[in-house]
Design a protein around this ligand. Sequence first.
Ligand code: ZN
Ligand code: ZN
Length: 488
Amino acid sequence: MKRMFEPLTRMVMSNLLARGGHGPAAIVGVRTMASSLLAHRRMAVTAAVSRVVMLLSVALVAVPVVLPAKAVAVAAVTSSSPSAAELRRAVVAESALVWRVYRDIHEHPELGKQEHRTHDLLKRELTRLGYTEFVESKLAPTAVIAVLDTKRPGPVIALRAEMDARPTQEPADHDPRSTIDGVMHNCGHDAHAAMLLGTAALLSKHPEWISGRVVFVFQPAEETQGGADDIVNEGILERLGVEAIFAQHSVSGMPVGTVNVAAGPTMAGSAYFTLHITGDGSHAAQPSAGNDVLLAAASIVHDLANMPARRIDILSRPVVISPTSFVAGTDAGTNVLPGEAVVKGTIRAFEQAEPSGSSDSTTIGAIMRRYLDGASTALGVGYELDIRQGSPPTVNDERLFARLSAPLAAGWGAGFDTTPYRGMFSEDFAFYTESLPSLYFGLGIARDGLGSGGVHSPEFTIHPSALVEGVRLMGLVAISATEVGVAK
Ligand SMILES: [Zn+2]
Ligand SMILES: [Zn+2]
């Protein structure tokens, strides 16, 4: 398969910021697509699908028959790494499976914790591949966790994919397209799950390439709550003896064939706030008769957004505070100044906004409360602030990165980018990074006009050729972990 490796342009780097993609900036670059291009998308997709089908028929003929997993696992005594060409051939042999499952999950998207059909599909496919060891999760029952045991001493690693979709209406000209109104896979989790299944197929057919055990984690509810956190809290990976965990995420606008991974904290943690501001309402003609809560709240919204850089040194503490919702008054109340306003928003930082039980006056929460104490007194209103912690920051383990980045770069070839990176998006993979050495990779999905729409936007698509690249990356991670180990 011919590949073109393009340099990372500025546009691509800005789209990199959309990885993890939990925010409006995920739409970076999408709107720039001309509407005429949209008209061509269906043709482009159809052409791409035809290419995949052609590729599959060639690949399936070209790849030699492999022994069943069990026979190979028993027969092999030591592991031996495949050449780059051998790995590519074996990965391409899984194209049909990956494409079929990707299409199936994409057409039947399910929201967080409701991934029952996806669960059944993945478990059925894994069973068909010969997997027999499954671990159930009580807290996250739609998760599918399967174990490949080579029966040889070696590292115990976990590879993780997500399964959940999002509440978005998919445009009519997409193919494949969601069959469920108002629900769409526009964060790439369908692709990640299909790619991980492809990796499970690849490694079960080539256990001679690895040693130790590989735990495949198909995880629900990345977009909501109770995905990674439930699996971590249940201690499942701990009980399985997992020493390191890896995951990949589609990166809009990054060319197919490119991968990025950086050491250290790469994505921010998230927190969410709700602020109630109260006071006396009055007639609109007489603001001085009340506290003009709406105007006070507007002033507070302005100051909250400006807090980073003015009250927090963002050079040493990158922080974003974004009010995202402001409700005050009623539609009918054009001559009434309301007595209450509710402001909601997001905090992104590489630290916990308000660690529980902390009396530290320098936390983001403490700084917000100190400001609100002063502002509410000055404006004559009362307030109540609630801060809920979301995901912690995603931290790629420095030592794991140092150990694996060279063999991975060598095995991957051109397009393996290790430029230091930090972004303000967040990801629930962070819950694993808190408890285990971890690496989180960005995977290029853009080619021929597909894969440029930002994650979480309705225009999000993936070029089909990215699917096998995701299988190759996860396969290479398992092979490299065997080669150099993951232990600290
Ligand atoms: Zn995602
Ligand atoms: Zn997402």
